[in-house]
Ligand binder design. Structure first.
Ligand SMILES: [Mg+2]
Length: 273
């Protein structure tokens, strides 16, 4: 192996944190090299975790989507922002706390599965948990604001202001958080990337140290910034939202910049031959 940036980042790393969209698939299409990458990790018993800010799907939904693309991924390899949020709220507010939730099915089901009681009464809420909700109404926003004014903390699954879709950028959860903050002055505590919280929860599950772990992502202001904040190695792939020209002016500097996950897989094979 040479001493180029990719070899340097991979040296001593045995655990992988991997973003989904733009790294291993684009919509329903798997990105070349992603299947081989996961089959390689499985064959060599190298732990990995898929880390996604998407709050509308559960870990089981994500695992099924990947299994259909022939990727050997199970539910326990996936950490969604709702799952990480539930773990955080449990530590902060206690088991079975009363939660006012803005969010879709994935978030609601995850909170229920963790044993929280959901409420629509602002007076009863121990916390307001906010994820993307594409059916959000004024009544729900009004009630959330009332709970926040009564002192409930605002805990956000992810801060993404705009949501890339096939029909362009749509308002994301960050836009809802901006609305709530404008109305109440309450600042959210964000769990998803670029906060390092999700990565730290995933490392605890994999029992890996920061020196053993590397984050692979396509978002320099999300994945790579979260990786830098968590002090793990970082690899930026150019198969998603970030262009090479964006790297110089970004908030974080990736350890290595590569074309796609195929480059990482090829290097791993080289390392084992
Ligand atoms: Mg991505």
């Amino acid at each position: 192996m040479g001493t180029d940036p990719l070899s340097a980042v991979l040296a001593g790393r045995r655990a992988f944190l991997v973003d989904l969209d733009g790294v291993i698939y684009e919509g329903a299409r798997a990105i070349d090299g992603a299947r081989e990458f996961f089959h390689h990790l499985r064959a060599h018993r190298m732990p990995f975790h898929l880390i996604t800010n998407n709050s509308t799907r559960t870990a089981a939904d994500v695992a099924l989507h990947l299994q259909r693309m022939d990727m050997p991924v199970s539910e326990s390899d996936v950490l969604t922002s709702p799952e990480a949020t539930a773990i955080h709220v449990e530590q902060r507010c206690g088991h079975g706390a009363c939660i006012f939730v803005i969010g879709e099915d994935g978030l609601v089901r995850t909170l229920i599965a963790h044993g929280f009681t959901l409420t629509t009464e602002p007076d009863r809420a121990d916390a307001v948990v906010c994820g993307l909700d594409r059916r959000l109404t004024y009544d729900r926003l009004r009630r959330a604001c009332m709970a926040l004014r009564r002192g409930a903390p605002l805990i956000a699954t992810n801060p993404d202001r705009a949501l890339p879709t096939e029909s362009g950028f749509l308002p994301g959860n960050g836009a809802t958080l901006a609305y709530l903050e404008a109305a109440t002055g309450v600042k959210p505590l964000v769990i998803g990337k670029p906060s390092p919280t999700m990565l730290q929860i995933a490392m605890a599950r994999m029992r890996s140290t920061v020196a053993e772990t590397v984050m692979i992502g396509d978002g320099i202001e999300t994945d790579i910034l979260a990786g830098a904040r968590a002090s793990v190695g970082t690899i930026l792939v150019l198969s998603g939202v970030t262009r090479e020209a964006d790297v110089a002016n970004a908030s974080a500097t990736p350890g290595a910049v590569v074309e796609s996950i195929a480059t990482v897989w090829q290097r791993l094979i080289g390392g084992h031959s």
